[in-house]
Design a protein around this ligand. Structure first.
Ligand SMILES: Cc1cc2nc3c(=O)[nH]c(=O)nc-3n(C[C@H](O)[C@H](O)[C@H](O)COP(=O)(O)OP(=O)(O)OC[C@H]3O[C@@H](n4cnc5c(N)ncnc54)[C@H](O)[C@@H]3O)c2cc1C
Length: 800
């Protein structure tokens, strides 16, 4: 499916020398047995909904173009809620989807019954119906794409197995097959469950794991017919659709079974896995209760096939960070048919232009870290993945499996202080701290979760006192060499030709002027820079640095993340507090904002950087790892009469949202330029030598901006903003909240989101002249909008 879609879309962009190799026959891997569900409704992120929507449209038009039917049948897709929290979740998702032109209709229980008369509906509170969704025949879809690709000039050759990848100087240059070698300028690994092994042939990490995936097909049943919508019972991890007059009951069980742990069998083709009835029976029985006639229906078949799952349930797409021109499109987490059309389009565009045309921060393969390719990690994580797709998408929900391996040096101290650990890039990361005597455990909901007040106290402490946060999850890259300044200044949009000890906030832009990275750079010496970025983006940042360093330059860079622990001391009393433990002069004159010095703390020499992501006076301390606990203990001891408060990720997020500091991958991404998202101040258009993306950025400036990233504060202090809530300007939908949280200082929910002017240019006047409302679970609430941070717009608290 995916290979054919990419080949088809490459030919659509004008490529003629496209070759698709298939080791057996088309569809012989996972595609042939997919259930063929096609849905655009139900997605809660922009990229996937765009891909799914495009796919749906493509499957309708392909027959006209190729003469090959896809079997598209728009019977509709019907989800429903049986609990208030599920209802709120589905409402929020439906609000979001409508903004993308995917109409989702809310139905009463009686209307649900009407659409699926044989379903038990007594416990249903509401249904959510997406009319254009439905089903296709995956084999027909693949054949239609293959035909379209051939019509566009592509060649598809079956019974040829790729056995090796050829590369030269960090760039792919062909493949080795069981029938000889083929030169190729680009290679795309779209080998489904085999993609992990094909990746290894070239030293490319493709972290995915196959797992068993089931559906049961019954004999024909009276009252079941082909026009019934696909019915999805999220709470029973099940979906139901018609299949040759019977029911196809598909399962997404909460405890899945990884498959092929010793490798995928060589001869696996149009293969099936022997079903494990004992394991699946409890789920089947529970699902049958929804359609009671199933309990007496004859079983035609319990089918089990392998599908690949990734560690975060997002596909692996894009250029491999390890090897130039080697692309990957795999790991579709049981959505390969319904995302496949869009995925092919995005990949073709990415290969052709070198940059994608959608936000890829969640699907780009370079978000992955090497440890995530380990067999033990993949096996343990995969168990959770199938069921997770059917869980309530509660805010801040995290994976519970494959945890506890990546801990900072402070972990046990923080656990003793009551930390509830969330996870980021595999790190166990305190999200908040429970007061003494209270177990640090989350009770998920859409309302104020049980830790709301604990985090509020942490937030206030950062505004009023002094706080300590484990910040070891910062990814750290040391760039060294005589050409370091020259190389880095070409990559950074801001000017990093600064004196030693200066810290610069900057974006890295691509040739279109769009943001590839958002980070700080500290000059340590004439020929040394410390690059700091969230560890979740470190693979991508290193790949960008490597790809944009001229081969003959005198520079080298090293990932030194593990060499330093980091403690972040923030709050108006942080100077008074830190002065207790160091001989260094921390006054504003001696240690100004955005500068860095080595300072003493106890017996340790640590690098202190005066910087903030919360909007207060503060320092980040980069501590050689072996001194971590010594420094931590010194700080805690020195704080006895000062109430140094531990704070976690949740407080960090609400603090930075009040200050409207940007978060790459959430409120900004690879589709934004610094101009739209309020970061123009950090672009130095006039620096000698320019920077990558400068010309394009100047052009954007000249043309004017269609949208701007705006900060919002709800007037009503009750509703909560998280993500995806639609923004209305003068009653017209103009965007949605990219990230939201509770502004404990501002006194209401605060969020950032783009406001688009469909008619033209979104000037500051346009932004400020509107009246705004934000829709939360179906209700609209008045909101204040601002292009300047609502908290401390003049940086008075930061530069003291
Ligand atoms: C039971 C079940 C139900 C599903 N239902 C749905 C659904 O309703 N909707 C949906 O969207 N998705 C569904 N899926 C998921 C969907 O089937 C997959 O995501 C999709 O088929 C993946 O397509 P692919 O092209 O990546 O992989 P594949 O179809 O596996 O294609 C990869 C191809 O690479 C070939 N290959 C491997 N190694 C080599 C080599 N060395 N050289 C040459 N060729 C090679 C293989 O032979 C194979 O044909 C379902 C999956 C299962 C298991």
């Amino acid at each position: 499916m995916i290979g054919c879609s990419i080949a088809y879309h490459l030919t659509q962009l004008g490529w003629r020398d496209v070759l698709l190799l298939e080791r057996k026959q088309l569809t012989a891997g996972t595609t042939w047995h997919a259930a063929g569900l096609v849905e655009a409704g139900g997605f809660f992120d922009a990229t996937k909904i765009e891909m799914a929507k495009y796919t749906r449209e493509l499957y309708q038009s392909l027959e006209g173009e190729t003469g090959q039917s896809t079997g598209y049948n728009p019977v509709g897709y019907l989800e429903f809620a049986c609990s208030p929290s599920r209802l709120e979740g589905l409402r929020r998702v439906a609000d979001f989807d409508r903004g993308f032109g995917v109409y989702v209709e809310q139905l009463s229980p009686a209307e649900v019954k009407n659409k699926w008369p044989l379903a038990h509906t007594e416990d249903i509170l509401a249904g959510f119906f997406t009319p254009g969704d439905g089903r296709v025949n995956p084999i027909d879809v693949t054949m239609a794409l293959a035909k379209g690709a051939r019509m566009g000039g592509a060649q598809i050759v079956e019974e040829v197995e790729v056995t090796g990848i050829k590369q030269d100087k960090g760039r792919v240059c062909g493949v080795i097959t069981d029938q000889g070698e083929i030169e190729a300028e680009y290679v795309v690994n779209c080998a489904g469950i085999w993609a992990h092994e094909i990746g290894k042939l070239a030293g490319v990490n493709v972290p995915l794991q196959a797992a068993e995936h089931y559906y049961l097909i019954t004999e024909p049943i009276d009252g079941i017919h082909g026009e019934l919508p696909v019915l999805v019972d999220l709470d029973r991890y099940a979906y139901y659709r018609e299949e040759t007059g019977g029911v196809l009951l598909g399962l997404f069980e909460p405890v899945a079974e990884p498959w092929g742990l010793d490798g995928i069998p060589k001869d696996f083709s149009f293969g099936e896995i022997t079903p494990n009835w004992d394991r699946m029976m409890p789920y089947i029985e529970a699902a049958m209760q929804r359609i009671p006639v199933l309990e007496n229906a004859g079983i035609h078949k319990l089918f089990c096939g392998p599908e690949s799952f990734t560690p975060d349930l997002e596909p692996m797409m894009g250029q491999a960070p390890e090897l130039d021109n080697y692309y990957v499109a795999a790991g579709f987490n049981s959505l390969g048919i319904l995302l496949g059309g869009g995925a092919g389009r995005v990949m073709a565009q990415w290969i052709t232009d070198g940059t994608p045309d959608v936000d890829v921060t969640e699907i780009d393969i370079s978000r992955m870290l090497p440890f995530q390719n380990n067999p033990g990690y993949l096996k343990d994580r995969t168990v959770e993945m199938l069921g997770f797709m059917f869980e309530d998408p509660y805010p801040n929900r995290i994976f519970e499996s494959a945890r506890g391996a990546r801990k900072s040096a402070f972990h046990d101290r923080l656990a003793a202080a009551g930390a509830y650990f969330s996870t980021y890039a595999g790190w166990e990361y305190p999200a908040w701290f429970a007061p003494k005597g209270i177990e640090p455990k989350v009770e998920y909901s859409w309302g104020r979760q049980n830790w709301f007040e604990y985090s509020a106290a942490e937030h206030r402490a950062a505004r009023e006192g002094v706080t300590l946060m484990d910040y070891s999850v910062m990814g750290k890259i040391l760039l060294q060499g005589g050409d370091a300044e020259k190389v880095l200044n070409r990559i950074c949009a801001n000017n990093v030709a600064v004196p030693e000890g200066r810290t610069v906030y900057t974006q890295w832009l691509n040739k279109h002027g769009r943001i590839e990275a958002d980070l700080t750079v500290t000059r340590l010496a004439e020929d040394q820079y410390l690059i700091l970025t969230g560890d979740g983006t470190i693979t991508q940042v290193q790949a960008w640095l490597r790809r944009n360093t001229p081969p003959d330059s005198n520079t080298t860079f090293t990932n030194i993340t593990s060499a330093y622990s980091v403690l972040n001391i923030q709050g108006p009393k942080s100077r008074d507090f830190l002065s207790r433990v160091t001989h260094a002069d921390l006054s504003n004159n001696a240690f100004p904002f955005l500068t860095s010095q080595e300072i003493d703390i106890g017996y340790a020499t640590v690098r202190a950087i005066r910087v903030t992501y919360v909007g207060e006076l503060g320092w980040e301390l980069y501590i050689p790892t072996e001194f971590s606990l010594h420094v931590f203990d010194m700080l805690v001891e020195a704080s006895q009469d000062m109430d140094l408060k531990h704070i976690g990720l949740q407080a960090l997020d609400t603090l930075r949202l009040e200050k409207a500091y940007r978060d790459y991958g959430n409120d900004i991404d690879n589709m934004d330029t610094p101009l739209e998202v309020g970061l123009s101040f950090f672009v130095d258009f006039d620096k000698p030598g320019g920077f990558i993306g400068r010309q394009a950025l100047l052009k954007h400036k000249e043309v004017g901006l269609k949208y701007r990233l705006v900060q919002f504060l709800l007037d009503d202090p009750e509703p909560l903003l998280y993500y995806g809530e639609p923004i209305f300007r003068d009653g017209e939908r103009v965007g949605y909240i990219m990230s939201g949280g509770y502004g404990h200082t501002l006194g209401g929910s605060v969020g950032v989101g783009p406001v688009e002017n469909e008619d033209g240019i979104a000037t500051p006047d346009y932004i400020h002249s509107g009246t705004y409302e934000i829709e939360v679970a179906g209700e609209r609430y008045p909101a204040r909008a601002s292009l300047k941070p609502m908290y401390d717009p003049k940086l008075l608290r930061v530069r003291v």
